[in-house]
Design a protein around this ligand. Structure first.
Ligand code: ATP
Ligand code: MG
Length: 427
Protein backbone atom coordinates (compact mmCIF):
# COMPACT_ATOMS: atom_id res chain seq x y z
CA UNK A 1 0.00 0.00 0.00
CA UNK A 2 2.24 2.77 -1.29
CA UNK A 3 1.32 6.37 -0.48
CA UNK A 4 1.79 8.23 -3.78
CA UNK A 5 1.16 11.63 -5.30
CA UNK A 6 -1.39 11.74 -8.11
CA UNK A 7 1.26 12.99 -10.55
CA UNK A 8 3.19 9.71 -10.15
CA UNK A 9 0.15 7.75 -11.27
CA UNK A 10 -0.52 10.09 -14.20
CA UNK A 11 3.12 9.72 -15.22
CA UNK A 12 2.59 5.96 -15.50
CA UNK A 13 4.78 5.02 -12.54
CA UNK A 14 2.17 3.03 -10.62
CA UNK A 15 0.44 0.93 -13.24
CA UNK A 16 -1.41 -2.11 -11.89
CA UNK A 17 -0.21 -1.49 -8.38
CA UNK A 18 -2.02 -0.89 -5.16
CA UNK A 19 -1.76 2.79 -4.20
CA UNK A 20 -3.04 5.16 -1.55
CA UNK A 21 -3.68 8.81 -2.30
CA UNK A 22 -4.63 11.71 -0.04
CA UNK A 23 -6.50 14.71 -1.35
CA UNK A 24 -9.85 16.38 -1.90
CA UNK A 25 -12.95 15.58 -3.94
CA UNK A 26 -12.90 17.71 -7.07
CA UNK A 27 -15.98 16.31 -8.83
CA UNK A 28 -18.42 13.54 -8.10
CA UNK A 29 -20.90 11.70 -10.30
CA UNK A 30 -23.07 9.03 -8.80
CA UNK A 31 -24.72 6.17 -10.71
CA UNK A 32 -26.68 3.19 -9.46
CA UNK A 33 -23.76 0.79 -9.64
CA UNK A 34 -20.78 3.11 -9.87
CA UNK A 35 -19.53 6.34 -8.29
CA UNK A 36 -17.04 8.40 -10.28
CA UNK A 37 -14.82 10.64 -8.18
CA UNK A 38 -12.27 13.11 -9.42
CA UNK A 39 -9.74 13.48 -6.64
CA UNK A 40 -7.14 16.23 -6.58
CA UNK A 41 -3.95 16.75 -4.64
CA UNK A 42 -1.27 19.41 -5.10
CA UNK A 43 0.11 17.54 -8.11
CA UNK A 44 -2.92 16.71 -10.23
CA UNK A 45 -6.41 15.25 -10.62
CA UNK A 46 -7.26 11.59 -11.09
CA UNK A 47 -10.46 9.70 -11.76
CA UNK A 48 -11.40 7.09 -9.18
CA UNK A 49 -14.24 4.62 -9.52
CA UNK A 50 -16.09 2.97 -6.67
CA UNK A 51 -18.20 -0.10 -7.43
CA UNK A 52 -21.35 -0.85 -5.46
CA UNK A 53 -19.85 -4.17 -4.39
CA UNK A 54 -16.72 -2.48 -3.04
CA UNK A 55 -16.28 -1.98 0.73
CA UNK A 56 -15.52 1.67 -0.14
CA UNK A 57 -19.09 2.31 -1.39
CA UNK A 58 -20.75 3.50 1.81
CA UNK A 59 -18.02 6.04 2.58
CA UNK A 60 -17.88 7.19 -1.06
CA UNK A 61 -21.62 7.81 -1.04
CA UNK A 62 -21.21 10.31 1.82
CA UNK A 63 -18.44 12.29 0.12
CA UNK A 64 -19.22 15.86 -0.87
CA UNK A 65 -17.28 18.23 -3.14
CA UNK A 66 -14.04 19.39 -1.44
CA UNK A 67 -14.16 16.74 1.29
CA UNK A 68 -10.68 15.62 2.32
CA UNK A 69 -10.10 11.89 1.99
CA UNK A 70 -7.69 9.00 1.72
CA UNK A 71 -8.38 6.49 -0.98
CA UNK A 72 -6.79 3.15 -1.63
CA UNK A 73 -7.12 1.08 -4.78
CA UNK A 74 -5.50 -0.26 -7.91
CA UNK A 75 -4.09 2.22 -10.41
CA UNK A 76 -4.51 1.30 -14.05
CA UNK A 77 -4.34 2.79 -17.46
CA UNK A 78 -7.71 3.74 -18.93
CA UNK A 79 -7.93 5.70 -22.17
CA UNK A 80 -11.41 6.99 -21.28
CA UNK A 81 -10.31 8.59 -18.01
CA UNK A 82 -9.16 12.23 -18.07
CA UNK A 83 -5.38 12.03 -17.77
CA UNK A 84 -5.37 8.42 -19.06
CA UNK A 85 -5.27 6.68 -15.64
CA UNK A 86 -7.77 5.75 -13.02
CA UNK A 87 -7.93 4.14 -9.60
CA UNK A 88 -10.40 1.42 -8.92
CA UNK A 89 -11.11 2.13 -5.25
CA UNK A 90 -11.09 -0.55 -2.60
CA UNK A 91 -11.15 1.67 0.50
CA UNK A 92 -12.17 5.25 1.13
CA UNK A 93 -11.80 7.08 4.37
CA UNK A 94 -13.20 10.54 4.99
CA UNK A 95 -10.74 12.89 6.69
CA UNK A 96 -12.83 16.07 6.66
CA UNK A 97 -16.36 16.13 5.31
CA UNK A 98 -17.07 19.38 3.45
CA UNK A 99 -20.23 21.44 3.77
CA UNK A 100 -21.94 22.47 0.54
CA UNK A 101 -19.11 24.10 -1.43
CA UNK A 102 -20.09 27.62 -2.53
CA UNK A 103 -18.14 27.70 -5.80
CA UNK A 104 -20.08 25.98 -8.53
CA UNK A 105 -19.92 26.17 -12.31
CA UNK A 106 -22.65 28.81 -12.74
CA UNK A 107 -21.04 31.40 -10.45
CA UNK A 108 -20.02 34.84 -11.71
CA UNK A 109 -16.44 36.04 -11.96
CA UNK A 110 -17.20 38.60 -9.26
CA UNK A 111 -18.41 35.89 -6.88
CA UNK A 112 -15.34 33.78 -7.57
CA UNK A 113 -13.10 36.77 -6.79
CA UNK A 114 -14.89 37.25 -3.46
CA UNK A 115 -14.18 33.58 -2.71
CA UNK A 116 -10.45 33.87 -3.38
CA UNK A 117 -9.54 31.83 -0.30
CA UNK A 118 -11.44 28.87 -1.78
CA UNK A 119 -10.76 29.61 -5.46
CA UNK A 120 -7.03 29.18 -4.86
CA UNK A 121 -7.78 25.43 -4.85
CA UNK A 122 -8.88 25.59 -8.49
CA UNK A 123 -6.73 23.95 -11.11
CA UNK A 124 -6.13 27.32 -12.74
CA UNK A 125 -4.78 28.97 -9.61
CA UNK A 126 -2.83 25.87 -8.62
CA UNK A 127 -1.05 25.87 -11.99
CA UNK A 128 -0.48 29.63 -12.09
CA UNK A 129 1.09 29.55 -8.61
CA UNK A 130 3.39 26.72 -9.68
CA UNK A 131 4.58 28.64 -12.72
CA UNK A 132 5.00 31.72 -10.52
CA UNK A 133 7.28 29.76 -8.17
CA UNK A 134 9.31 28.53 -11.14
CA UNK A 135 9.69 32.03 -12.57
CA UNK A 136 11.02 33.19 -9.19
CA UNK A 137 13.40 30.24 -9.06
CA UNK A 138 14.76 30.84 -12.57
CA UNK A 139 15.07 34.59 -12.07
CA UNK A 140 17.12 34.01 -8.91
CA UNK A 141 19.15 31.40 -10.77
CA UNK A 142 20.05 33.98 -13.42
CA UNK A 143 20.97 36.70 -10.94
CA UNK A 144 23.15 34.21 -9.04
CA UNK A 145 24.78 32.97 -12.24
CA UNK A 146 25.71 36.58 -12.99
CA UNK A 147 27.27 36.94 -9.51
CA UNK A 148 24.56 39.15 -7.99
CA UNK A 149 23.93 39.06 -4.24
CA UNK A 150 20.32 38.98 -3.04
CA UNK A 151 19.57 41.68 -0.48
CA UNK A 152 16.61 42.60 1.73
CA UNK A 153 15.46 46.22 1.50
CA UNK A 154 12.98 47.84 3.91
CA UNK A 155 9.26 48.25 3.23
CA UNK A 156 8.80 51.25 5.60
CA UNK A 157 10.43 54.29 4.08
CA UNK A 158 10.71 57.94 4.99
CA UNK A 159 10.88 59.54 1.51
CA UNK A 160 9.20 58.80 -1.79
CA UNK A 161 11.16 57.06 -4.54
CA UNK A 162 8.86 57.88 -7.44
CA UNK A 163 6.44 60.79 -7.44
CA UNK A 164 4.18 61.23 -4.44
CA UNK A 165 0.89 60.58 -6.20
CA UNK A 166 0.97 56.80 -5.88
CA UNK A 167 2.44 56.73 -2.40
CA UNK A 168 0.74 55.00 0.52
CA UNK A 169 1.30 56.93 3.71
CA UNK A 170 0.97 55.37 7.13
CA UNK A 171 1.23 56.23 10.78
CA UNK A 172 4.47 54.99 12.29
CA UNK A 173 4.11 55.63 16.01
CA UNK A 174 3.83 59.42 16.00
CA UNK A 175 5.49 59.96 12.62
CA UNK A 176 4.35 59.70 9.02
CA UNK A 177 6.04 57.13 6.88
CA UNK A 178 5.31 55.49 3.52
CA UNK A 179 5.25 52.03 2.05
CA UNK A 180 8.03 51.55 -0.48
CA UNK A 181 7.26 51.99 -4.19
CA UNK A 182 10.58 50.57 -5.30
CA UNK A 183 13.74 49.39 -3.57
CA UNK A 184 15.99 51.09 -6.06
CA UNK A 185 17.47 53.76 -3.79
CA UNK A 186 18.34 51.09 -1.21
CA UNK A 187 19.97 48.92 -3.83
CA UNK A 188 21.97 51.99 -4.83
CA UNK A 189 23.30 52.16 -1.27
CA UNK A 190 24.28 48.51 -1.33
CA UNK A 191 26.24 48.54 -4.60
CA UNK A 192 29.02 50.40 -2.76
CA UNK A 193 29.44 47.35 -0.57
CA UNK A 194 28.33 44.34 -2.59
CA UNK A 195 28.51 45.73 -6.15
CA UNK A 196 25.98 43.60 -8.07
CA UNK A 197 22.81 43.38 -5.98
CA UNK A 198 19.20 42.35 -6.53
CA UNK A 199 16.03 41.91 -4.59
CA UNK A 200 12.63 40.37 -5.16
CA UNK A 201 10.33 42.21 -2.80
CA UNK A 202 6.92 43.87 -2.64
CA UNK A 203 6.35 47.39 -3.93
CA UNK A 204 3.24 49.38 -3.10
CA UNK A 205 1.46 51.84 -5.38
CA UNK A 206 -1.71 53.72 -4.60
CA UNK A 207 -2.96 53.20 -8.16
CA UNK A 208 -6.51 54.45 -8.35
CA UNK A 209 -6.99 53.49 -11.98
CA UNK A 210 -8.44 50.05 -12.55
CA UNK A 211 -6.50 48.44 -15.37
CA UNK A 212 -5.55 44.89 -16.24
CA UNK A 213 -1.91 45.59 -15.35
CA UNK A 214 -1.99 47.45 -12.02
CA UNK A 215 -2.06 46.14 -8.48
CA UNK A 216 -1.58 48.18 -5.32
CA UNK A 217 0.89 45.59 -3.98
CA UNK A 218 3.13 43.75 -6.41
CA UNK A 219 6.42 41.88 -6.41
CA UNK A 220 9.26 43.79 -7.88
CA UNK A 221 12.44 42.17 -9.19
CA UNK A 222 15.11 44.81 -9.05
CA UNK A 223 18.81 44.78 -9.91
CA UNK A 224 21.46 47.45 -9.57
CA UNK A 225 25.19 47.44 -10.21
CA UNK A 226 28.18 49.78 -10.52
CA UNK A 227 30.38 50.50 -13.56
CA UNK A 228 27.40 49.77 -15.81
CA UNK A 229 25.98 51.61 -18.80
CA UNK A 230 22.81 51.35 -20.89
CA UNK A 231 24.17 48.59 -23.06
CA UNK A 232 25.16 46.49 -20.04
CA UNK A 233 21.71 47.06 -18.63
CA UNK A 234 19.79 46.00 -21.74
CA UNK A 235 22.05 42.98 -22.19
CA UNK A 236 21.42 41.88 -18.64
CA UNK A 237 17.66 42.34 -18.89
CA UNK A 238 17.34 40.44 -22.15
CA UNK A 239 19.57 37.72 -20.73
CA UNK A 240 17.31 37.44 -17.71
CA UNK A 241 14.19 37.26 -19.87
CA UNK A 242 15.73 34.69 -22.19
CA UNK A 243 16.84 32.52 -19.26
CA UNK A 244 13.49 32.63 -17.47
CA UNK A 245 11.45 32.07 -20.64
CA UNK A 246 13.65 29.21 -21.88
CA UNK A 247 13.63 27.44 -18.51
CA UNK A 248 9.86 27.79 -18.18
CA UNK A 249 9.45 26.52 -21.76
CA UNK A 250 11.51 23.46 -20.87
CA UNK A 251 10.05 22.68 -17.48
CA UNK A 252 6.46 23.94 -17.32
CA UNK A 253 4.97 22.24 -20.37
CA UNK A 254 2.30 20.36 -18.43
CA UNK A 255 1.15 23.52 -16.64
CA UNK A 256 0.93 25.52 -19.86
CA UNK A 257 -0.91 22.73 -21.67
CA UNK A 258 -3.52 22.44 -18.94
CA UNK A 259 -3.95 26.21 -18.78
CA UNK A 260 -4.24 26.37 -22.56
CA UNK A 261 -1.39 28.91 -22.71
CA UNK A 262 1.02 29.09 -25.65
CA UNK A 263 4.43 27.95 -24.50
CA UNK A 264 6.04 28.35 -27.93
CA UNK A 265 6.22 32.11 -27.59
CA UNK A 266 8.54 31.51 -24.63
CA UNK A 267 10.89 29.19 -26.54
CA UNK A 268 11.15 31.95 -29.13
CA UNK A 269 12.46 34.48 -26.61
CA UNK A 270 16.12 34.92 -27.50
CA UNK A 271 18.53 37.78 -26.96
CA UNK A 272 19.22 40.28 -28.45
CA UNK A 273 15.85 42.05 -28.35
CA UNK A 274 14.89 44.79 -30.80
CA UNK A 275 15.72 48.27 -29.49
CA UNK A 276 14.08 51.50 -30.59
CA UNK A 277 14.44 54.99 -29.21
CA UNK A 278 11.53 56.86 -27.71
CA UNK A 279 11.75 59.28 -30.69
CA UNK A 280 11.34 56.36 -33.13
CA UNK A 281 8.44 55.06 -31.07
CA UNK A 282 6.69 58.44 -31.37
CA UNK A 283 7.25 58.47 -35.15
CA UNK A 284 5.74 54.98 -35.48
CA UNK A 285 2.77 55.84 -33.30
CA UNK A 286 2.04 59.15 -35.05
CA UNK A 287 0.83 57.21 -38.09
CA UNK A 288 -2.20 56.06 -36.10
CA UNK A 289 -2.33 58.83 -33.54
CA UNK A 290 -1.33 62.18 -35.14
CA UNK A 291 -1.98 64.07 -31.89
CA UNK A 292 0.98 62.40 -30.23
CA UNK A 293 4.13 64.50 -29.99
CA UNK A 294 7.67 64.27 -28.67
CA UNK A 295 7.56 64.78 -24.91
CA UNK A 296 4.31 62.92 -24.29
CA UNK A 297 4.44 59.94 -21.98
CA UNK A 298 3.54 56.65 -23.65
CA UNK A 299 0.27 55.28 -22.33
CA UNK A 300 -0.94 51.71 -22.19
CA UNK A 301 -2.70 52.03 -25.56
CA UNK A 302 0.44 53.39 -27.26
CA UNK A 303 2.57 50.64 -25.79
CA UNK A 304 0.13 48.00 -26.97
CA UNK A 305 0.22 49.36 -30.52
CA UNK A 306 4.03 49.33 -30.55
CA UNK A 307 4.13 45.84 -29.07
CA UNK A 308 1.77 44.49 -31.69
CA UNK A 309 4.34 45.38 -34.36
CA UNK A 310 7.10 43.46 -32.62
CA UNK A 311 5.07 40.52 -31.35
CA UNK A 312 7.79 39.77 -28.78
CA UNK A 313 9.76 41.55 -26.02
CA UNK A 314 11.61 44.72 -27.09
CA UNK A 315 13.17 47.86 -25.62
CA UNK A 316 12.28 51.54 -25.90
CA UNK A 317 15.06 53.82 -24.66
CA UNK A 318 16.16 57.47 -24.45
CA UNK A 319 13.01 59.01 -22.97
CA UNK A 320 12.47 62.73 -22.45
CA UNK A 321 13.99 63.81 -19.14
CA UNK A 322 10.84 65.75 -18.25
CA UNK A 323 8.76 62.57 -17.83
CA UNK A 324 11.41 60.71 -15.83
CA UNK A 325 12.31 60.58 -12.14
CA UNK A 326 14.96 62.92 -10.68
CA UNK A 327 17.59 60.19 -10.36
CA UNK A 328 17.67 59.34 -14.09
CA UNK A 329 20.96 60.27 -15.66
CA UNK A 330 20.77 62.60 -18.65
CA UNK A 331 23.07 62.91 -21.65
CA UNK A 332 25.70 65.55 -20.91
CA UNK A 333 25.29 67.08 -24.38
CA UNK A 334 21.49 66.55 -24.54
CA UNK A 335 20.08 67.16 -21.05
CA UNK A 336 16.53 66.87 -22.39
CA UNK A 337 17.06 63.13 -22.91
CA UNK A 338 17.39 60.60 -20.09
CA UNK A 339 19.34 57.35 -20.19
CA UNK A 340 16.24 55.35 -19.42
CA UNK A 341 14.84 52.18 -20.93
CA UNK A 342 11.58 50.25 -20.75
CA UNK A 343 11.08 46.64 -21.77
CA UNK A 344 7.72 45.97 -23.37
CA UNK A 345 5.80 42.86 -24.31
CA UNK A 346 2.67 42.26 -26.40
CA UNK A 347 -0.72 42.94 -24.79
CA UNK A 348 0.76 44.20 -21.50
CA UNK A 349 3.12 46.94 -22.69
CA UNK A 350 5.75 47.97 -20.15
CA UNK A 351 7.10 45.23 -17.91
CA UNK A 352 10.30 46.88 -16.76
CA UNK A 353 11.92 50.28 -16.39
CA UNK A 354 15.60 50.82 -15.92
CA UNK A 355 18.38 53.21 -16.65
CA UNK A 356 21.60 54.82 -15.64
CA UNK A 357 21.39 56.80 -12.43
CA UNK A 358 22.75 60.32 -12.06
CA UNK A 359 26.10 60.04 -10.32
CA UNK A 360 26.95 63.76 -10.22
CA UNK A 361 25.86 65.36 -6.95
CA UNK A 362 25.27 68.86 -8.31
CA UNK A 363 23.22 67.71 -11.29
CA UNK A 364 21.22 65.48 -8.96
CA UNK A 365 20.41 68.40 -6.64
CA UNK A 366 19.40 70.53 -9.62
CA UNK A 367 17.09 67.76 -10.86
CA UNK A 368 15.53 67.36 -7.42
CA UNK A 369 14.74 71.05 -7.25
CA UNK A 370 13.22 71.00 -10.73
CA UNK A 371 10.84 68.33 -9.47
CA UNK A 372 10.03 70.18 -6.23
CA UNK A 373 11.82 67.60 -4.10
CA UNK A 374 13.79 68.74 -1.08
CA UNK A 375 17.46 67.70 -1.26
CA UNK A 376 17.56 67.65 2.55
CA UNK A 377 15.10 64.71 2.46
CA UNK A 378 17.68 62.78 0.46
CA UNK A 379 20.86 63.49 2.40
CA UNK A 380 21.81 59.86 2.57
CA UNK A 381 21.23 59.50 -1.17
CA UNK A 382 23.47 62.49 -1.85
CA UNK A 383 26.15 60.96 0.40
CA UNK A 384 26.43 58.15 -2.15
CA UNK A 385 27.60 60.80 -4.63
CA UNK A 386 29.92 62.39 -2.06
CA UNK A 387 31.86 59.27 -1.16
CA UNK A 388 33.21 57.38 -4.14
CA UNK A 389 30.48 58.05 -6.68
CA UNK A 390 30.41 55.66 -9.60
CA UNK A 391 28.44 55.31 -12.84
CA UNK A 392 25.75 52.74 -12.22
CA UNK A 393 22.54 51.36 -13.64
CA UNK A 394 19.63 49.19 -12.63
CA UNK A 395 16.09 48.18 -13.40
CA UNK A 396 12.85 46.97 -11.91
CA UNK A 397 10.55 44.39 -13.43
CA UNK A 398 7.07 43.57 -12.20
CA UNK A 399 6.80 39.85 -11.54
CA UNK A 400 3.02 39.86 -12.04
CA UNK A 401 3.21 41.70 -15.35
CA UNK A 402 5.77 39.17 -16.53
CA UNK A 403 3.52 36.28 -15.51
CA UNK A 404 0.42 37.87 -17.01
CA UNK A 405 2.23 38.03 -20.34
CA UNK A 406 3.82 34.57 -20.09
CA UNK A 407 0.55 32.84 -19.20
CA UNK A 408 -1.63 35.08 -21.37
CA UNK A 409 -3.89 35.91 -18.41
CA UNK A 410 -6.81 38.30 -18.95
CA UNK A 411 -6.00 40.29 -15.83
CA UNK A 412 -2.95 40.73 -13.58
CA UNK A 413 -5.01 39.79 -10.51
CA UNK A 414 -4.79 36.11 -11.46
CA UNK A 415 -0.99 36.13 -11.37
CA UNK A 416 -0.80 36.60 -7.58
CA UNK A 417 -2.59 34.55 -4.90
CA UNK A 418 -3.93 37.46 -2.86
CA UNK A 419 -4.37 40.43 -5.20
CA UNK A 420 -4.62 43.90 -3.72
CA UNK A 421 -6.46 46.48 -5.78
CA UNK A 422 -8.50 49.58 -4.91
CA UNK A 423 -11.42 47.34 -4.03
CA UNK A 424 -9.85 44.04 -3.02
CA UNK A 425 -7.90 43.29 0.15
CA UNK A 426 -9.81 40.32 1.60
CA UNK A 427 -8.76 37.86 2.89
P1 ATP B 1 2.93 52.25 -15.26
O1 ATP B 1 3.30 53.47 -16.04
O2 ATP B 1 2.52 51.11 -16.11
O3 ATP B 1 1.99 52.50 -14.14
P2 ATP B 1 5.41 52.70 -13.96
O4 ATP B 1 6.26 53.19 -15.07
O5 ATP B 1 4.80 53.63 -13.02
O6 ATP B 1 4.27 51.73 -14.56
P3 ATP B 1 7.77 51.73 -12.67
O7 ATP B 1 7.87 52.71 -11.59
O8 ATP B 1 8.63 51.92 -13.86
O9 ATP B 1 6.23 51.61 -13.12
O10 ATP B 1 7.95 50.28 -12.03
C1 ATP B 1 8.77 49.26 -12.59
C2 ATP B 1 7.94 48.07 -12.99
O11 ATP B 1 7.11 47.63 -11.94
C3 ATP B 1 6.99 48.34 -14.13
O12 ATP B 1 7.65 48.26 -15.37
C4 ATP B 1 5.96 47.25 -13.94
O13 ATP B 1 6.43 46.01 -14.46
C5 ATP B 1 5.89 47.12 -12.46
N1 ATP B 1 4.76 47.87 -11.91
C6 ATP B 1 4.71 49.21 -11.68
N2 ATP B 1 3.53 49.56 -11.13
C7 ATP B 1 2.84 48.41 -10.99
C8 ATP B 1 1.55 48.10 -10.46
N3 ATP B 1 0.78 49.04 -9.96
N4 ATP B 1 1.13 46.81 -10.46
C9 ATP B 1 1.93 45.84 -10.96
N5 ATP B 1 3.16 46.06 -11.48
C10 ATP B 1 3.61 47.33 -11.49
MG1 MG C 1 8.08 52.57 -15.70
Amino acid sequence: MALVKIREILDGKCENTNVTIRGWVYRKREGKELIFLLVRDSTGVIQCTVKKASPAWSEAEKLTIESALTLEGTAKQDKRAPGGYEISAEAVSIVGLAELFPITKDKSEEFIRDMRHLWLRSRKMNLVMKVRAKVLEYAREYFEKESFTEVSPPMFISAAVEGGSTLFGLKYFDQNLYLTQSSQLYLEILIYSLEKVYCIAPSFRAEKSRTIRHLTEYWHMEGEWPFADMNDLMQFEEGLMEHVCQKVAQNCQKEFAELGADINKLSEVKAPFPRITYAEAIERLKVKNPALKWGDDLGYEDEKVLAEDFGKPFFVYDYPTAIKAFYCKTYRDRPEIALSVDMMVPKIGEISTGGQREEDKDILIKRMKEQDLKPEDYEWYLDLRRYGTVPHAGFGMGLERLLTWMLDLDNIIDSIPFPRTTRRFYP
